[in-house]
Write a protein that binds this ligand. Structure first.
Ligand code: GAL
Length: 651
């Protein structure tokens, strides 16, 4: 396992650099990420480049044997650029520039920005491409799908629509623009949506398309930079650091342009009391691994109390620095870089804590990090091993975006629906992949496709085929509701899936935060919430029945045999105990090894290669736990990870 840090030489007096870098090397750091916000130092005036300081930093890192991830600095263009080319700033809906002084506010399509950002990337990659220590490049920083109202972006949106629909007639038809007299009679009437405007008033077809376009546009920017880097550094590998954000691009599409996925990993510093969200964080890690179906990298890892964008959080609890890095490794992150080496003393982020505090006196968190570096060395043999899963949770970008645009009911969020099933299976100690709609389903014995709200016909067909060929599929309420244009399908729900599910929704009740009661056919009683589908089981066997409401005695969930497989339809939203029991039942039916007696806070993740299977046992809680694992009594301190190796011929 590789451990690294994020370092900002430009933030510190140069006479501190060598001491910092020596300490990094002595501590066991092996890679350092630099330069993602340093454009004003690299090009202090248009066309005048100053790399001497960066050369000295690179020389020092090399002197101490550290590898480098070099970043393109395009997230924060220098102020001279905005002054000379004011069009480079993002515009709001009415074409007004947004205020400068914050980062990430450049328009990806502005011709001057494109020219100048391409040039800085070209010059940098030519200069550092041949340095052996520069092992990888990061493009920009935490890219988002921006909404920009400038003329260039507006024109690009119109051409994107022309390519997609060909004519205004087709486009009006796709969006159903006769509603509220919204038909476009010329392409010039089409504009980007106003930020902050209540999206619910806008046409959902148009809005979903805009988000798709904004994501494609961001990807075009990534492609431009990746091409320059590849041209000048043909041997290198390229990434960009992603995160879960409001203007989330289609990450599956984004990373098709790049060599590996990286993620900024900030697990919550206060664990939930109720246990409903235990596996929430490992969900994010599994999501990142699933983007390219490969091991990935953590480009920024939690190191201390978080603050500045909000009041400060708790500090990291003893065990978390080490435990959360190892948790990321267990889920496939072969390299983890901590953000940041030292807390900034200046600038907006001075309260977002790094490994070392403002005082520059290494303390508890730093020593735990040093311990992590030691342990990482002992886990080196596991780096590169794969993660194989029998269970997948299907993520759909279109459903994610469409549900953000039209929240269905109070408390119903797309990620929560995915996490419920991910958590149910994870709580049994099995690996779970989060996969995209394009992924090969036949690799999995069990596929959960919760809230698959927008389901294109080819995906519907593939799911049907999957069940027919022997797969176990779980679908839920709010599935197969919309077509690709984000229009409701004129059919009983789940649209076009009644044959496979053996049931249809005769009516639904969006109950929001209210709770209802259901009873399982095994006699267990559960609470449910958010949404209640009232099912008409045409061929399926009911497995949950409502115990109250006007639909008392109607089915809330069912299972149906179809072809060689079966399909569960869960028409409501329940709590952890239900998902855990459902997962256990399905895992036993599918004869998959699992661990039924795990304490609620324990995560087991399995990595393997040809020779060995490695069981990562992690205690994600403030309390010591003790349990029997494969015949051994395991005790784990808070946030402790223990790894157990079983060689294949022992299995
Ligand atoms: C990340 C970002 C970093 C830093 C950090 C702490 O999202 O990439 O540059 O801002 O958050 O706020």
């Amino acid at each position: 396992m590789i451990i690294g840090v994020d370092y900002y030489p430009e933030h510190w007096d140069e006479d501190m650099w060598e001491k910092d870098i020596r300490l990094m090397a002595e501590t066991g750091v092996s890679v350092v990420r630099i330069a993602e916000f340093a454009w004003c130092r690299i090009e202090p005036q248009e066309g005048c480049f100053d790399f001497e300081w960066l050369d000295r930093a690179v020389d020092l890192l090399e002197k101490y044997g550290l590898d480098i991830i070099m970043c393109t600095p395009t997230n924060c263009p220098p102020l001279w650029l905005y002054e000379k080319y004011p069009s480079a700033v993002i515009k709001d809906h009415s074409g007004r520039p947004i205020e400068t002084g914050i980062r990430g506010h450049r328009c990806y399509n502005d011709p001057d920005f494109v020219r100048l950002s391409s040039r800085v990337v070209d010059v940098m990659t030519k200069r550092y491409g041949k340095r052996k220590s520069v092992k990888a490049w990061q493009i920009d920083n935490e890219l988002e799908s921006n909404i920009c109202g400038c003329d260039t972006c507006t024109q690009r949106y119109r051409s994107w629509l022309k390519d997609r629909y060909g004519s205004l007639k087709e486009l009006n038809n796709a969006y159903g623009n006769t509603v509220w007299s919204g038909e476009f009679s010329s392409w010039e009437q089409i504009k980007p949506p106003a930020e902050g405007y209540n999206r619910a008033w806008l046409n959902p077809g148009y809005m979903l398309d805009y988000l798709r376009f904004a994501s494609d546009d961001m990807i075009e920017f990534v492609r431009t930079q990746a091409e320059i880097i590849r041209r000048n550094c043909p041997e290198t590998v390229i990434t960009t650091n992603s995160w879960f954000c409001e203007k989330m691009p289609d990450l599956h599409k984004t990373f098709k342009e790049l060599d590996f996925v990286s993620y900024d990993n900030y697990p919550p510093l206060r664990l939930p009391d109720n246990g409903e969200e235990y596996y929430s964080h490992s969900f994010h890690l599994d999501f990142m691994r699933g983007i390219s179906n490969k091991n990935f990298c953590i480009m920024e890892q939690l190191s201390g109390a978080m603050g500045c964008w909000m009041p400060m959080t708790h500090t990291v609890y003893p065990g978390m620095i080490k435990g959360y890095s190892l948790q990321a490794f267990a889920h496939g992150a072969d390299a983890v870089l901590h953000f940041r080496w030292r807390t900034a003393c200046k600038g907006a982020e001075m309260h977002w804590h790094g490994l070392i505090d403002h005082s520059n006196v290494p303390g508890r968190r730093f020593y735990e990090f040093a311990d992590l570096c030691k342990e990482a060395r002992s886990l080196e043999r596991i780096r590169g091993t794969g993660i194989r899963s029998d269970v997948a949770v299907l993520y759909s970008y279109d459903s994610d975006m469409a549900l953000r645009l039209q929240p269905q009911t109070d408390g119903f969020y797309y990620y929560d629906q995915l996490k419920a099933y991910h958590g149910g299976f994870s709580s049994c100690g099995v690996n779970v992949d989060i996969i995209s709609a394009e992924c090969d389903l036949s690799k999995y014995k069990i596929v959960c496709a919760p809230a698959l709200y927008v389901c294109p016909e080819n995906l519907r067909r593939r799911l049907e085929e999957y069940v027919e060929q022997g797969g176990t599929l779980i679908i839920t309420c709010r599935s197969l509701v919309k077509d690709e244009n984000n229009n409701c399908i004129m059919s009983q729900l789940p649209a076009g899936f009644d044959g496979i599910s053996g049931c249809c929704v005769s009516e639904y009740d969006p109950v929001g935060y209210d709770r209802m009661t259901v009873e399982g056919n095994d006699g267990n009683v559960y609470q449910c919430t958010c949404w209640c589908d009232i099912l008409n089981c045409t061929g399926a066997e009911p497995i949950l029945t409502y115990r109250d409401g006007f639909y008392k005695n109607s089915a809330a969930a069912s299972v149906n045999c179809f072809g060689k497989g079966n399909c569960y339809y869960i028409g409501t939203v329940l709590f952890r105990d239900f998902y855990r029991r459902l997962a256990q039942k399905i895992l036993s039916d599918r004869k998959i090894e699992f661990f039924p007696q795990l304490p609620g806070s324990v995560e087991i993740t399995v990595r393997e290669n040809e020779y060995s299977t490695y069981y990562f046992c992690f205690n994600n809680s403030y309390k010591q736990v003790k349990f029997v694992f494969k015949g051994e009594c395991l005790e784990l301190a808070p946030f402790e990870m223990k790894v157990r190796e079983v060689t294949k011929n022992q299995l």
